[in-house]
Design a protein around this ligand. Structure first.
Ligand SMILES: *Cc1c(COP(=O)(O)O)cnc(C)c1O
Length: 385
């Protein structure tokens, strides 16, 4: 009854827009966390159809899902521990430390095929990546392991902390640090790696961060990444449900647990089967609105695990009517950015918080999506599929 309708044409449009904006760089579609809640396989196919040449994920399970669906484009994954190095070589691995590099090389020796790695520099985020002090040693070890044939260094990369604000001095510092890291990599013999740094915001507004590839997450899904600027992205998800019951109540009626809300005048209440277990944050109570017949109506009272109550006023609402929690915003409905403000968070958390009970429906449907031709990926490597 509650569904997330995914507009794959929007994903394709956003990918093409990013590709144009990146002006010569390729696009890695970041489809981690089930494609930011949109469905990773469907999003990956639509992004590849829109011109993306790479896919980015965090985990081996996410990479496997894409490969199991028959997707052959190159994949980079960046989160694993020394004890869960992927056993297979058909996914490129990010490497941030000599410890990880040795573990990856051991796995590669066992299977008799080199691991393909992207060396990650920490240029100021202090999350993944090797620090400036560790980087030269990481390069030395990588050179040795590449010479012995257990790894191939394909990429050099990093991740930005503050790309939303191009005037942030931290951004300039990261660009300089990345320049040093690249120069040292070149001096160590890695002279033509695939270089990538930009996320969505940087892809759109920091030309010096574009290099060979931009890694686009949130923009792919149609959420504008730069506060106060719009680039023409189209929101891909519409989160909708159905009214399952209505009732007329008079002044003084208390609504939902604890009676935080008491009805002020005679009104129609509409029950909608979506709750915090589905990803409606409890804290939006008293702020959030939905659209019914294109008109904004408030959610009233506490948000329950499985349901919310909407005050429809005197609208002629009936059981069976469609309720839109958020969508592109073109039909009067809220956007995910509004939901993020109500919940005092970012759209990413709203999108990835939508629970497994919510059915994902893609438009155009699976039949049409299946006919999309998957474009040939970037140069294939010997020994890889
Ligand atoms: C999530 C992620 C991205 C995508 O970032 P957006 O700001 O959503 O475009 C890019 N690179 C890395 C390493 C990430 O973890």
């Amino acid at each position: 009854m509650t569904r997330a309708v995914i507009d794959l044409n929007a994903i394709e449009h956003n990918t093409a827009l990013l590709l144009r904006a990146a002006a010569g760089a390729g696009v890695m579609a970041v489809v981690k966390a089930n494609g930011f809640g949109h469905g990773s396989v469907e999003v990956a196919r639509a992004a590849l159809a829109g011109g993306a040449s790479w896919l980015g994920v965090t985990s081996w399970a996410e990479a496997r899902e894409l490969r199991a669906a028959g997707i052959r484009a190159p994949i980079l994954m960046w989160l694993y521990g020394p004890d869960d190095v992927p056993p297979d070589a058909d996914v490129d691995l990010s490497v941030s430390s000599t410890l990880a590099l040795e573990a990856v090389a051991r796995a590669a020796r066992r299977r008799g095929r080199p691991a393909v790695v992207h060396l990650k520099a920490d240029t100021g985020l202090s999350r993944g990546g090797a620090t400036a002090a560790e980087w030269p040693h990481l390069l030395t070890v990588a050179g040795k392991l590449q010479a012995e044939g257990s790894i191939t260094v394909r990429g050099v990369w990093s991740h930005l902390a503050t790309a939303e604000d191009p005037a942030d001095p931290g951004l300039a510092r990261q660009l300089i640090a990345f320049g040093h890291a690249r120069a040292q990599a070149a001096a160590a013999g890695f002279d033509r790696p695939l270089v990538h740094l930009a996320n969505s915001a940087a892809a759109l507004q920091v030309p010096q961060a574009r290099f060979d590839l931009v890694r686009a997450g949130i923009a792919l899904y149609g959420v504008e990444p730069v506060p106060g600027r719009t680039f023409g992205l189209r929101p891909a998800m519409t989160w909708e449900s159905t009214v399952i019951l209505t009732k007329r109540v008079g002044p003084g009626a208390g609504v939902s647990y604890g009676h935080d809300h008491v009805v002020g005048r005679e009104t129609t209440l509409a029950l909608v089967p979506v709750g915090y277990a589905d990803g409606v944050p409890r804290r939006v109570a008293g702020r959030a609105e939905v659209a019914v017949h294109g008109r904004r109506c408030p959610i009233v009272g506490r948000i329950a695990m499985d349901q919310v109550v909407v005050d429809a006023g005197d609208l002629p609402v009936r059981a069976g009517d469609r309720v839109v929690l958020f969508g592109p915003g073109t039909g009067g409905e809220p956007t995910v950015a509004e939901w993020a403000r109500w919940a005092e968070t970012i759209p990413h958390e709203i999108l990835t918080g939508i629970g497994p009970r919510v059915r994902r429906v893609t438009r155009p449907g699976p039949a049409a999506a299946g006919r999309r031709a998957e474009p040939a990926g970037p140069p294939s490597r010997p020994g890889r599929r």
